[in-house]
Write a protein that binds this ligand. Structure first.
Ligand code: SAH
Ligand code: SF4
Ligand code: F3S
Length: 461
């Protein structure tokens, strides 16, 4: 009889992809995945350290697991991922119910660590590697719909933005062998997946040197897009300092590379961007937005913004708001600055924006973005988009949801469709988060699919 593994994942898409690698490693050890904590022999929590509240959420969950372990002492609990890396043995001292701590580069050693745990010891490995990419491991997909999958193309980060803990929790940047990326993606397509998202903290600095050649991100993207025109390709995240015109040109040549770019700006003030060590200024960022509009007029742009970085004045904050309006972001993730131990910002810049000011600025940023997001969605009303059907809508059993190439969620009556189908949807209405529409019937000919890349106006009925 195999053992049962219950795994919970916090943080970014890279953690979601890592959990799939962890399950693959443990399946070889006779572990079987379960959705029920009650059935589990082993609970793993894949954790995030990006902001203090991300860690607090995990601590609250660990308290629940601790209570549960009091009833079932034989159950084993492991903390893996970024919080494991940041806190190392400290976690074992603070959370007595934990049996195992493994950092993001230590997953191959999980079987050995679990043996130690079985023999009554604590298992700990938080060594970071300069070469581990888990390139040869076939992730066990944990997504529900089997339409869209993550493919990790690199690990780590060398950018050292002064606020950010990732270079410490994930270690040095390294790229994955492109052949393994292509093979993994081909297998996904054969299994019926219709969308992949290539993942890295800064995909634009992907680099693979072999046979005297250096394969860069735009060439990799080109190869992935060529696997099949019926496979949508997305990627995250782009760093504005490295997003080249070549990348945009490559995208424009492939209709199946999705017309949506996530380009975190963080702040609209050049002074703050310098203190953040982002290596671009306000003008540099605006130049990249202009390039996107130039090569890919139909693309949407989303971003990340931090409110209340040390030294941020009211004027700096207003520059963020004005840049948001100028760029007309279609979507944004917005955060209050959270000081992280060990970062340059923690050492050099006092966290001097008062809490209530941070909150007020964040609220202003959110209110503005809500208006921009609604505006972006409203501009789609009356158009027809090609939508990849993903699965049942939360709204009702009679509805499916899917996405446009521009990464907008569309809800529509199910009809005879199935997840993985490409259909055309006429957009009738929207909220600030979702487009609402109905299917229109038109055969899809992928050889001409370029014509579907942009929304078409159809006459009122
Ligand atoms: N590699 C990506 C971002 C990864 S973290 C990039 O460089 O764009 C995701 C987002 O979390 C960041 O873009 C940033 O907006 C936010 N973030 C990171 N550290 C933070 C901190 N200390 N406080 C608040 N937000 C933070
Ligand atoms: Fe963090 Fe900057 Fe690296 Fe993104 S690029 S992960 S924000 S250090
Ligand atoms: Fe969090 Fe680690 Fe991702 S800190 S955002 S899970 S890289």
């Amino acid at each position: 009889m195999g053992k049962k593994l219950f795994i919970e994942t916090y943080g970014c898409q890279m953690n979601v992809a890592d959990s799939e690698v962890v399950v693959a490693i443990l399946q070889k050890q006779n572990y079987e995945i379960t959705d029920s904590m009650e059935a589990a022999d082993l609970i793993l929590v894949n954790t995030c350290s990006i902001r203090e509240n991300a860690e607090q959420r995990v601590r609250a969950r660990l308290a629940v697991f601790r209570k549960y372990k009091e009833k079932r002492p034989e159950i084993k609990i492991g903390v893996i991922g970024c919080m494991a890396e940041r806190l190392k043995e400290q976690l074992l001292r603070e959370e007595k119910s934990i049996d195992l701590v493994a950092g993001p580069d230590a997953y191959r050693t999980l079987p050995g660590l679990l043996d130690e745990v079985e023999s009554g010891l604590k298992g700990v490995n938080t060594l970071l590697s300069i070469e581990e990419t888990y390139a040869d491991i076939n992730p066990v997909r944990l997504d529900k719909n089997h339409v869209s999958a993550f493919v990790s193309i690199m690990r780590g980060c060398d950018n050292f933005c002064t606020y950010c803990v990732v270079p410490f929790t994930r270690g040095r940047e390294r790229s994955r062998n492109p052949e393994t990326i292509i093979d993994e993606t081909k297998v996904l397509f054969r299994q019926g997946y219709r969308e992949v998202t290539l993942l890295g903290q800064n995909v634009n600095s992907y680099s693979w040197k072999a046979n005297g050649e250096d394969l860069t991100f735009d060439s990799l993207l080109d190869r992935v897009a060529e696997i099949d025109p019926g496979l949508r390709v997305r990627f995250a995240t782009s760093h504005p300092k490295d997003m080249s015109d070549n990348l945009l040109i490559t995208m424009s040549r492939h209709p199946n590379i999705c017309r949506s770019i996530h380009l975190p700006v963080q702040s609209g003030s050049s002074k703050i961007l310098l203190r953040m060590n982002r290596k671009y200024d306000r003008d540099g960022y605006m130049d990249r937005i202009r390039a996107i509009r130039n090569y890919l007029s139909e693309a949407t742009v989303s971003t990340d913004i931090i409110a209340g970085f040390p030294g941020e004045t009211e004027e700096d904050h207003h520059q963020t708001l004005s840049l948001m309006k100028w760029a007309q972001f279609d979507f944004a993730f917005m955060f209050r600055y959270s000081e992280r131990p060990g970062t340059v910002a923690e050492k050099r810049f006092p966290d001097d924006v008062p809490d209530e000011v941070k909150t007020r600025r964040l609220n202003e940023i959110i209110a503005l973005q809500n208006r921009l997001s609604l505006q972006s969605k409203k501009s789609d009303i009356g158009k027809v988009y090609e939508v990849l059907v993903e699965g049942a809508s939360k709204k009702s059993d009679d509805y499916f949801f899917g996405r446009t190439s521009q990464n907008k969620v569309v809800v529509f009556p199910k009809g005879l469709n199935r997840p993985g189908d490409y259909i055309h949807v006429y957009i009738e209405d929207c909220t600030s988060a979702t487009l609402l529409g109905k299917q229109v019937h038109e055969p899809i000919d992928f050889s001409k699919s370029f014509k579907y890349r942009s929304a078409k106006q159809i006459p009122n009925e």
